[in-house]
Design a protein. Sequence first.
Length: 285
Amino acid sequence: MKKKQPNRKKGQSRAQHAGVKAKKHLGQHFLKSEETALKIAQTLEAANYDLVVEIGPGTGVLTKHLLARNLKVLALEIDRESIAYLEAGFGLNHPNLPLQNFSVSEQDFLKADLATLNQGKEMGITGNFPYNISTQIVFKVLEQRQFVPEFSGMFQKEVAQRICAKPGSKVYGILSVLTQVFYETQYLFTVPPGVFNPPPKVDSGVMHMRRKENQELPVSESLLFKVVKQAFQQRRKTLRNSLKNFQLSDTLREEAIFNKRPEQLHYTEFIELTQKIAIDAVSNQ
């Protein structure tokens, strides 16, 4: 005996009957606002690359606006229900989209090798990112930035603000400094909880990052990351105290910069500080 299908109310889409439910353990909050999705899709300039990687497409609310711009979209998803819908029902629901530009891959972005996603070519990255891995996503982009000239997306508002924060801000920290070394960042707009299903308990924020071209560090990248992270682990202390594990010489420790707290330093000052530490280490060998 066939199950009776539920009546679809006027105006409801197939996506609402796709059987795709937001899963708490995956940090899913599905975007339901067409206006917000369109605004996010428009954050990408999409210049000089031919592929956009969308992380966590869910039911494709953002995806369709990317495709409507005639962009080639690769959606990375780990939720089997979402994958099943995107590979089947999504096309039925949006028959006028250029679906030849769309593909879905069951992959965890955090484990993906970006060199293989677009055959070694550059790509843009965007998405409505799960809050629980959003910071890790940014660090992944930094690690493989040679493939990512442009990055945008929706985060928990506090995280988006932190990425774009300037020195002196209460939210300025590790993520701010390390991101701004390699990318120009811009906080774009705030998104209220009501545009999601289920609604999160906090506001969200959309931001954009454009890679700085020909950015060559005059210091070891690994040492810079180590200095920044160590400095902010004790952000209320002066650098003289927070960086004491580097075994700095007394001469270096007396320099004026060590009287400052980490949130007072511009990213360029962190680069200069790392240079000083590197030279000091060689001199004391």
